[in-house]
Write a protein that binds this ligand. Structure first.
Ligand code: PLP
Length: 378
């Protein structure tokens, strides 16, 4: 194969199609998807409305560049601000890492060269580009690519952040639920307290909602659940149902001046019209019932397998089951793949669940019953 080896050994499955939250391989075997292609396929597979948007838009225009007006980009920005519940101005990119790069640049601009330090959390994940990797608090991911971009500090906990603040601090960047770092949700009280402190000190609060955003945790933004209005929010994964997109939204209308930043592909006709359709679909789902149902199934597994699991973590449909240290999570994921139930690993020992938000109760039933079967043999 003429591919680089950065993804290691892939699971030996060839998917060819999907419907709802179910995927089919080249032998017509079906798989219940509790992973959404790592939080991306928020409206599942084979959605006819999105297919129509993509095909209609492709037949008109896919791309023109940001030299010209792009109507769906304007409409999407307005919709995002409205759904967030407070005024935000958007810059469109193509991925989570790029959205975070924009956030880092905006923060540096705000610091006017005098303040440039950004504090993030240990075990956070903000992306793989040099800037976003420097923000990522995981030395294991950074070690072969040193030196990192200057100006990042890592706090072990929320309460540790205040100790790291100095006259050079311009921003704090956080995931409200750590996606790659074990699906842990931060404490709402502590986050609100920190937001207040940062405001007093004129330090920007950047919330990386690349994974938590777009209804994943139950509301449009996890920030809505935490009842905070961050200065900057980044989104990507679930926003356009699999069409690549990223966005950095900020309260700072004049945060960038002309020429400060840009993207060739970012916010093109195809990705922004897809995102509008995805949001229209998700706005009309009764998520609370779905979340309660999914939660009850997790609770059942926790109670039935106290020898395997110790705790349920996360929020909404971004959940983790913490696995006891003597159990190998990856083995559960692999056995699940063979049994037709797709899950993810997060952190060292958490089994992660990111089902499509449109998953049917019947698919939830089938997924959990397959999982239960393999857990009986673990
Ligand atoms: C996935 C992820 C990213 C990186 O997104 P890419 O699209 O892979 O660049 C950044 N932050 C968080 C919280 C993520 O989950």
């Amino acid at each position: 194969m003429s591919l680089l080896k950065n993804y290691g050994k892939r699971f030996p499955i060839n998917f060819v199609s999907g419907k709802g939250a179910t995927l089919f391989d080249d032998e017509e075997k079906d798989y219940i998807d509790f992973g959404s292609g790592i939080g991306v396929s928020s409206i599942g597979y084979g959605n006819e409305t999105l297919t129509k948007t993509i095909s209609d838009q492709a037949s008109k225009l896919i791309h023109t560049s940001n030299l010209y007006h792009i109507q769906p980009q304007i409409d999407l920005a307005e919709k995002l601000s409205k759904l967030a519940g407070f005024e935000l101005f958007s810059f469109f990119a193509n991925s989570g890492a790029e959205a975070n790069e924009s956030a880092i640049k905006l923060a540096r601009k705000y610091g006017k060269g005098e303040r440039f330090e950004i504090i993030t959390l240990t075990d956070s994940f903000h992306g793989r580009t040099l800037g976003s990797l420097s923000a990522t608090g995981q030395t294991a991911l950074q070690k072969d690519f040193l030196p990192m971009v200057e100006g990042f500090k890592y706090a072990d906990s929320l309460s540790d952040i205040e100790n790291l603040i100095n006259s050079k601090t311009v921003a704090v960047m956080l995931e409200l639920v750590k996606g790659e770092g074990g699906v842990e949700a931060l404490s709402k009280n502590e986050v609100q307290k920190l937001a207040k402190t940062l405001k007093e000190k004129d330090i920007l609060l950047i919330i990386d909602e690349v994974q938590t955003g777009i209804y994943r945790t139950g509301k449009f933004l996890a920030s809505n659940i935490y009842e905070i209005q961050p200065d900057i929010i980044t989104l990507a994964k679930g926003l356009a149902g699999g069409v690549p997109i990223g966005v950095m939204m900020t309260k700072l209308e004049n945060g960038f001046s002309a020429g400060d930043h840009g993207s060739t592909f970012g916010g093109n006709f195809l990705s922004t019209s897809s995102a509008i359709t995805v949001l229209e679909i998700l706005e009309n789902i009764d998520l609370d019932l779905k979340i309660a149902y999914f939660e009850s199934k997790l609770m059942y597994l926790l109670q039935k397998f106290p020898n395997i699991f110790s705790e349920i973590t996360g929020l909404g449909l971004m959940r983790g089951l913490v696995v006891k240290p003597e159990i190998n999570v990856l083995e559960i994921v692999q056995n699940g793949n063979s049994a037709g139930i797709l899950t993810l690993k997060s952190g060292k020992n958490t089994l992660r669940f990111l089902p499509p938000l449109i998953i049917a109760n019947e698919e939830i039933d089938r997924g959990f019953s397959r999982l239960e079967k393999i857990l009986c043999n673990t």
